[in-house]
Design a protein around this ligand. Structure first.
Ligand SMILES: Cc1cc2nc3c(=O)[nH]c(=O)nc-3n(C[C@H](O)[C@H](O)[C@H](O)COP(=O)(O)O)c2cc1C
Length: 372
């Protein structure tokens, strides 16, 4: 079953490319087992650290769209992970250990321990919006090089490095990982955020800056993955805002070899992975694919640099059944005053339309399209 979804990432054989990301849902052996049972192609553990910090309360906020968290990593000491990994590995599947520390040698120490306890690969988490020192690390190619090199030379299993979007040039950081001998990158981690402020109390919803995750960060994750794929030849695991199998496909089409799901698992439980893998398999069958790898990077050829875009004449016109709806959304959003209502019908004045395209996205009935 699911031959079509079988793939390889960092030399690891995965039953499908959809992994569970690092987070409290993968914080111990039993939870990892549940995620593998639900169909995860691999599970990344919650990040293991050397100094255990107390969890802040409250630490996770959600506004119906995205989440902010100030979760501070695994509460289990490194030695305790021997038992947790043994439990996790009692279920068939790939387990990737996430490690995070303040220095290259400390990171390598944690990685070597997790390898000894049975981890199939290491994910180095360099990018955390709560630890300010780490935020600087994730944006500094030289430090990323040093940490990666130290970890790679201390373990035999493959090493991927998790990158942050809080940097000006994510491709330069990915290049540093490759030059240091890293086997892959994952992108993106959460983004530094304040989810909201209670204006009556003048109080941010959580007591410090945190990481933003979930559906609203997907466009940022997609852009990061595409930018890396276009510039560095290194396997990429796409992360950020994946809520269904279509979103996984978006990342794969932009060059990711595999993906990770975090917030959707947190909100909906491990079964979301079962739904995603089933959806992905059905889609691949309908497209008559032999392997999901056939579509990897397929959208990159349609992603041009700004200088390459041809400016073609375009006019927006109403198409399909004439629109008599009263919503007026297209009229309000047209900065060029090209759309009006005439005799109860939407009318697009081609003389004023500059083909920006916004009305085609805003129209709830999808009645407007750009004519080329
Ligand atoms: C509550 C919470 C805890 C997280 N803990 C970790 C962690 O320990 N290590 C890590 O690398 N990423 C951690 N992340 C980040 C996720 O692994 C993932 O990169 C991020 O949430 C974006 O993916 P998503 O939009 O699917 O959640 C955490 C995210 C959340 C929401």
């Amino acid at each position: 079953m699911m031959q079509i979804l079988k793939t390889e990432f960092l030399g690891l054989k995965l039953k499908n490319p959809i992994m569970a990301a690092a987070g409290p849902w993968s914080g111990n052996g039993e939870s990892i087992r549940e995620l593998l049972k639900a169909g995860a192609g691999a599970v990344v553990t919650e990040s293991v650290v050397s100094d255990i910090l107390f969890d802040v309360r409250p630490r996770i906020a959600y506004d119906g769209l995205g989440a902010q968290n100030i979760r501070l990593y695994s509460g289990i000491q490194i030695e305790g992970w021997e038992r947790e990994l043994a439990i996790a590995k009692s279920e068939e599947g790939v387990v990737i250990a996430s490690v995070t520390a303040h220095t290259p040698s400390e990171t390598a120490y944690l990685a070597a321990k997790m390898e000894k306890f049975g981890a199939d690969a290491i994910e180095v988490n360099l990018s955390n919006p709560m630890w300010e020192s780490l935020e600087v690390v994730a944006a500094d190619a030289e430090t990323v090089f040093k940490v990666t090199q130290e970890v790679v030379s201390n373990v035999k299993v493959p090493v991927m490095v998790k990158l942050s979007q809080n940097t000006t040039n994510i491709s330069a950081i990915a290049r540093a990982v490759k030059q240091a001998g890293g086997h892959g990158v994952s992108a993106i981690n959460t983004i530094r955020s304040i989810l909201k402020v209670d204006i009556d109390e003048a109080k941010p919803v959580l007591s410090t800056y945190g990481g933003y995750s979930g559906v609203p960060i997907r466009p940022l994750g997609l852009a990061s993955v595409a930018a890396i794929a276009q510039t560095v030849d290194i396997p990429i695991c796409g992360i950020g805002g994946i809520a269904d199998y279509r979103n996984a496909l978006e990342y794969i089409m932009l060059g990711a070899s595999a993906v990770q799901v975090g917030t959707a698992v947190m909100l909906e439980g491990p079964e979301v992975l079962t739904r995603m893998t089933a959806g992905l398999e059905k889609w691949a069958q309908e497209k008559n694919l032999k392997s999901i790898r056939q579509i990897q990077g397929k959208a990159l050829k349609n992603l041009k640099s700004f200088d390459e875009i041809k400016i073609e004449p375009a006019t927006s016109t109403a198409s399909g059944a004439p629109c008599t709806a009263d919503c007026g959304k297209c009229i309000k959003c047209c900065s060029y005053h090209a759309i009006s209502k005439r005799e109860d019908q939407i009318f697009v004045d081609k003389e004023f339309c500059t083909g920006c395209g916004l009305c085609t996205f805003v129209c709830p009935a999808k009645k407007l399209k750009l004519d080329w």
